[in-house]
Design a protein around this ligand. Structure first.
Ligand code: NI
Length: 143
């Protein structure tokens, strides 16, 4: 019988400052495009990292504690109580919308999971507020 495939998710919360500003645009164009988000402000974010795979004999797709360690070390340690525009090396040059954060977080976490056989990163979900979140399911497969 084939092993059932299960998604497992680790969630973390963090607080960061940011500002939406495109240096290629004028100050006036930035204000029109981003509104009050063009100003420095902060969010209480949540990050959900989902790994998928068949359930092996151990009963664990991946040890969630180890997934938590990866998320803590690669993301939380770098972004929590920081200014995302200025303080985070892997976000240099990135306009820190939730969409761009989700993509950047994927590229920080995915290489760390290569050593875990039988499972893979499935989704990065970033909540910018209780009501607004974005999902990134990884780069489109090369065809
Ligand atoms: Ni914002």
């Amino acid at each position: 019988m084939p092993r059932p495939v299960v998604e497992i998710t680790h969630r973390e919360e963090f607080s960061s400052a940011h500002r939406l500003h495109d240096p290629a645009l004028s100050d006036e164009e930035n204000r029109r495009l981003y509104g009050i988000c063009n100003r420095d402000h902060g969010h209480n974010y949540a990050l959900e990292v989902t790994v998928v795979g068949p359930v092996p004999t151990s009963g664990m797709v991946m040890d969630l504690k180890e997934l938590g360690t990866v998320v803590q070390e690669r993301i939380l340690a770098v972004v929590d109580h920081r200014h995302l525009n200025h303080d985070v090396p892997f976000l240099a040059g990135v306009i820190p919308t939730a969409e761009n954060l989700a993509v950047a977080f994927w590229h920080q976490i995915e290489p760390q999971l290569k050593g875990y056989a039988g499972c893979r990163l499935h989704r990065i979900r970033v909540y910018e507020s209780r009501n607004n979140y974005v999902d990134f399911l990884g780069p489109a497969p090369v065809r």
